[in-house]
Design a binder for this molecule. Structure first.
Ligand code: FAD
Ligand code: EPU
Length: 339
């Protein structure tokens, strides 16, 4: 049986580098191991916490329950037709390794999502997105283990209620399912998505003549590494907040008061504001308090310079939210999962 360990430090298991402790901790590589661990959970009063790469989580408290690291491996072609290849990936596979595998095979669809940290299993959790693409566009289905029923259930896209940084797994089914694997539908013939302004500029700077998914991936990597802090060097969880949407009339009102306001129209008539801009304009960019701070190049990213506690980061996020609300009347919502 897979051993449940006690009092395990979690600093290396979260990219913010928060030095918290798991009362109980184990890793699993199969659904049988998972089932056994849940059966033997020493603290059934608290739902087990599933961890992938820990790149979208803030440990605000000590973890008194069971923390389970998902290490389920596997990359297998499960179906193929004239236009598509369907790849089933184990939840524990590193997301960017999966992207690289697709690039090597010349399968398109995930190149814009290059270099997003974390694991396959978390990709549907918040419908990861970057540079004009979200995983819902290549998502076929997933298998998930129900923690109480101990059944494996299949979810198709329509069951997942994917939205901007949202899904049923982050919402109504939070803590109820463990995602075991995800099947992605990749394109044999690429449809390039270079609509996100910075990609076009970067491709031009790179001198790319013949567009390829490999070139798009490299452009995305170049942009990301120029803006976002590398968690190996400085603790962070990417964007700490979502970009908030406001109705068009309120947007117009704000735009009059702040002509440089950054906003993008949504299909439903609302306007998505750049939270990074709002935070920067509220004076937080580069701010530091102890070891907690707001990144100097990207105000949407909160950072841990070394020994910030989860509470330090959380308190800073509260202050940022209050200040943006009092200046602009806009409510920010955290993107990271606070536990
Ligand atoms: P974790 O942090 O381990 O978990 C996240 C949440 O999912 C937790 O609530 C956890 O309990 C749950 N969970 C994890 N695995 C499972 C599972 N198998 N079953 C059920 N629940 C599970 N995100 C974007 O969308 N776009 C970006 O461009 C982006 N850029 C980033 C850049 C940086 C530098 C960093 C640090 C983060 C960035 N992120 C981005 C956020 C993060 O990388 C993604 O959300 C990623 O999918 C999280 O994966 P993970 O394995 O690290 O999840
Ligand atoms: N901006 C500022 N100041 C800042 C940061 C940004 O004015 O400090 C402005 C920029 O100038 C730009 C706008 O805000 O006009 C948008 O900035 P950027 O292109 O850097 O993207 P973002 O909205 O900050 C989002 C995602 C990222 C994703 C990128 C690229 C969210 C919450 N964040 O960031 O996702 O990689 O777009 O698609 O949607 C993540 O989710 O963790 C993440 C990093």
């Amino acid at each position: 049986m897979t051993q449940i360990q006690q009092n395990i430090p979690l600093r290396q298991y979260n990219t913010l580098g928060i030095d918290t402790v798991a009362r109980y901790f184990a890793a699993f590589s199969s659904v049988n191991e998972l089932s056994e661990l849940i059966e033997n959970n020493p603290n059934t009063g608290i739902a087990p916490l599933i961890l992938g790469g820990g790149s979208n989580i803030l440990f605000k408290n000590h973890m008194n329950g069971l923390v389970l690291k998902n290490d389920i491996p596997g990359l297998n072609i499960v179906k193929e037709d004239a236009d598509h290849v369907y790849v089933k990936a184990g939840a524990g596979e590193v997301w960017h390794k999966f992207v690289q595998y697709c690039l090597q095979q010349n399968w398109a669809g995930v190149e814009n999502l290059s270099l997003i940290p974390g694991c396959v299993g978390a990709s549907p959790m918040q419908n990861i997105g970057a540079y004009g693409v979200e995983i819902k566009e290549v998502f076929e289905e997933l298998e998930a283990f129900h923690v109480n029923d101990k059944t494996v259930q299949v979810f198709r896209a329509a069951d997942c209620a994917f939205g901007y940084r949202e899904s049923v797994f982050k919402g109504k089914y939070r803590n109820q399912f463990v995602i075991l694997n995800v099947t992605y539908r990749l394109n044999k013939k690429p449809t390039f998505n270079t609509s996100y302004g910075a990609i076009g500029q970067e491709l031009e700077r790179m001198g790319v003549q013949d567009l390829s998914i490999q070139a798009v991936s490299q452009a995305v990597i170049n942009i990301r590494t120029s803006k976002l802090p590398d968690p190996a060097k400085i603790g962070n969880a990417g964007s700490f907040f979502k970009n908030p949407s406001v109705d068009a009339a309120f947007y117009e009102q704000l735009k009059k008061a702040y002509p440089h306001l950054v906003g993008y129209p949504n299909a439903d008539g609302t306007v998505k504001l750049a939270a990074g801009w709002l935070i920067e304009q509220s004076g937080w960019k580069g701010y530091r308090r102890g070891d907690a701070g707001v990144h100097e190049k990207q105000a949407l990213v909160l950072v841990n310079y070394g020994n910030a506690t989860g509470q330090d980061i959380y308190d800073l996020s509260e202050d940022v939210m209050k200040s943006v609300h009092s200046k602009f009347g806009v409510e920010l919502e955290r993107e990271v999962n606070v536990v």
